[in-house]
Structure formats: structure tokens, C-alpha cells
Design a protein around this ligand. Structure first.
Ligand code: ZN
Length: 134
């Protein structure tokens, strides 16, 4: 794993959360992007070499809607950048980790992503991501 690419934070309402995080982080949101397949709208902030990703549910079936009803808003997942997501998925499976996505899928912010199953990471939700080549 190369670095912490971003921390994902679940919010109830992006319109309310974005100004609060802009004030907290002293920077402006540089991108908003929907991921229809996950039922989420995201907003990104650059913090040094890492990012903060806010996640709002866009429908009731969204994993974020389920997370919010269980836990309320707050820290959701950590995302590690990897050099090669296919070989990292294989490495993690060989090491005994369970993947939610055994095949990398398209995520927000020009990334290919995969989530590990929290059952195999002591409940920490972990994403691995690789920048799509331009
Ligand atoms: Zn993420």
C-alpha cells in the first residue's frame, strides 16, 4: 500500500456538511461526484497528500443509508492507494482477507476501487484504490 489516499466520512446532508468541513479544513470542496451503482453522492477535499471524501446516500438501499441508520454520521472507511489493484486483491485474498469486490469496480474521483469485508478486518471498513491511467 502506497499511502492513505482518503478517509471516507458518512454525512446525512452534503449541503450542510460541506460548509462545516470547508470551515474545519480551511479549504474548499474541489469536486462533487455521484456514484450511481453505490447510491452515493460524494464531495472531496484535498488535505496535503490525502483527501477527505464525504458520502451522502441518494437512496434508501444505499450502503451509506444503512450505515447512517445504524451508526449515525461520522467516520466510514479508510482508503489505501495501491500500485496495481488486481495484484493487491490477489495478495489480500491469499493472506486470508475477504473482499466485497473480488473484481475492481469504478469509483469516484477517477479511481478503480475494491472494498474489503469488515468481517476480515476487525470491523474496519477498508477500500483499496488505484488511479485510472489518463
Ligand atoms: Zn472511498
Amino acid at each position: 500500500m502506497k499511502r492513505i489516499e482518503h478517509l471516507g466520512i458518512a454525512v446525512k446532508n452534503l449541503e450542510e456538511a460541506i460548509p462545516m468541513y470547508e470551515a474545519l479544513l480551511n479549504t474548499t470542496c474541489y469536486k462533487r461526484e455521484g456514484v450511481a451503482s453505490e447510491g452515493v453522492m460524494t464531495a472531496f477535499f484535498q488535505i496535503g497528500e490525502s483527501k477527505i471524501e464525504l458520502l451522502e446516500a441518494t437512496n434508501e438501499a444505499s450502503p451509506i443509508a444503512k450505515f447512517l441508520s445504524k451508526n449515525g454520521p461520522g467516520f466510514h472507511h479508510v482508503a489505501f492507494e495501491v500500485e496495481n489493484i488486481e495484484s493487491e486483491i490477489s495478495r489480500l485474498q491469499l493472506a486470508g482477507f475477504q473482499l466485497i469486490h473480488e473484481v475492481a469496480k469504478d469509483g469516484a474521483d477517477n479511481k478503480r476501487i475494491a472494498f474489503l469485508h469488515p468481517k476480515s478486518t476487525a470491523s474496519l471498513l477498508v477500500e483499496i484504490c488505484q488511479e485510472k491511467s489518463a
